[in-house]
Design a protein. Sequence first.
Length: 348
Amino acid sequence: HGQALPYCPKLRILLLKSNNFGNHQCGIQELCNALKSNRTLEQLDLRSTHLGPAAGELLGEMLKENRGLKDVDVSWNEFGPDGCRRLLAGLDENFSVVSLQVQGNCATEETLHLFSSQLRRNRQLFDDEAAGHAPRVPGSLAGMASRGMALEEFAPLRPALRGLEGDVSVVALLLRKARTCCDPEESLLLTETAGCIDEMTIELGKHRVAHVDAKARAHTVVRETTVLEDNHTQAVQDCKVLTEVHRRERDKLAEEVARATDDIGDVEIFAGSMAHERSALDAASRELLRRMRAALDETRKLKRSLSIQVLEVDSSRRLLQEENIRLHAQLSRCAPAVAARCVPTLAA
């Protein structure tokens, strides 16, 4: 914002409230440096920007040189007593600011009284100039006037005090009456009365600003509430749609679960039948195995019997061979004798 101000010569109001502007100290320093030489900006709103104690000194140094601001609001910025005193020191050398809001900064009662006194001084200067009277130039204002600085630089009251011209005129008349009055007590009474009216005017301006802010906040709350209600209604509709979708998915899942349960029942029945068939097959296998073992035993017995018979046959065959050999031997021995006996018989 500080760098952009020289390029905005028609800017009269700068609102920076409630935006955490004070979290960056270089930002408030640049803004103050730019405002020192600015003559066009009239209203500056820095409410609730978390400026902190250091910003009080920066703003005070800015007010010492600025001659354009009329309405400054730095409330709720945690300046603390020391920061408020430094801001007061800057206001002491400023004669253009006619409204300065500092509530919520822990300022002492004495500091608040001095703020009110200096603001009343600035408004008195404005009243004198507006009425066409030569203003009573306090303090350093004389040096400013000698340098040719016009009182138009002190400008009108801030917008919150518009509509109070009658009260301001009464204050001006009382002050002029006090200056021309010969009775010191009456002059003091008139001055105190003007001060009371001025303080009441300030408070009324504060209340008007607070009322405007409250209305703005109320409108904001109403808009936000309407948006929230719309969002809530949309969320309820979305929830209904999602609930219907979930219900359909639940019914679909229930049907799938029912089908899966039926399939599981069929599988269990099939598994039972398979188990029964397996049991029957196991029993048949065991019976077949028993029979095969019995047949194997019979085969083994038959084999042993055949082996014995084969051995007996082999033994008989060997005996027959031996007998044949013996008979051949006997036949060979007996053949000549038989032949001798048979020859005479054949001859006869």
